[in-house]
Unconditional design. Structure first.
Length: 171
């Protein structure tokens, strides 16, 4: 289920707001060991996004305090199951960024990103150069990751980083 980021990630922006909590990203009624059930809950409670067809290959862009709320892993797991390639925000809820990282999904801090990216923009992330390339040819610098979290993300998640065998969830 993990995403193994190499140097570049490209995708269309899916822009969310400030202070979006994990219950909005993935309501508890969609908790399950079945991947299809979990995936069906993606963005069901986000104002203006309910029932939206979110195609694979999106880069989620958000404002401050993204993913605040509960510590349930399904709030992050649903991003992987929905095909999100990276999550970029001005800041993250502490537990949420760790859950994204543990699953191997790049969780990137970019100050000011919510003011510079519009929904649907074609984005390119260069993890090696720590830059987000915007459609107008400009770029934003990305905040450096803690070296341990960076190593976990690049390994494809905590399980891969630790060299443990992976298992497929039922369903």
């Amino acid at each position: 289920m993990s995403v193994n980021p190499t140097g570049h990630i490209q995708g269309r922006a899916l822009v969310l707001g400030h202070d979006v909590n994990t219950d909005e990203l993935h309501p508890s009624r969609f908790f399950s060991l079945n991947d299809d059930t979990v995936r069906s809950g993606f963005l069901q409670a986000v104002p203006g996004r309910r029932g939206e067809d979110v195609s694979k290959g999106r880069i989620v862009v958000a404002g401050r305090n993204f993913g605040v709320g509960s510590s349930r892993e399904t709030g992050a797991r649903v991003f992987v199951l929905a095909g999100v390639r990276a999550v970029i925000a001005e800041s993250f809820g502490r537990i949420f960024i760790r859950n994204l990282t543990n699953l191997g999904l790049p969780a990137i801090v970019a100050p000011g990103v919510s003011e510079r990216v519009a929904d649907g923009d074609a984005l390119s992330v260069d993890l090696t150069a720590s830059t987000l390339h915007l459609p107008n040819g400009s770029f934003l610098p990305l905040a450096p990751l803690d070296p341990f979290l960076d190593a976990v993300q690049r390994a494809g998640g905590l399980v891969a980083y630790l060299g443990l065998p992976t298992s497929k969830s039922p369903g």
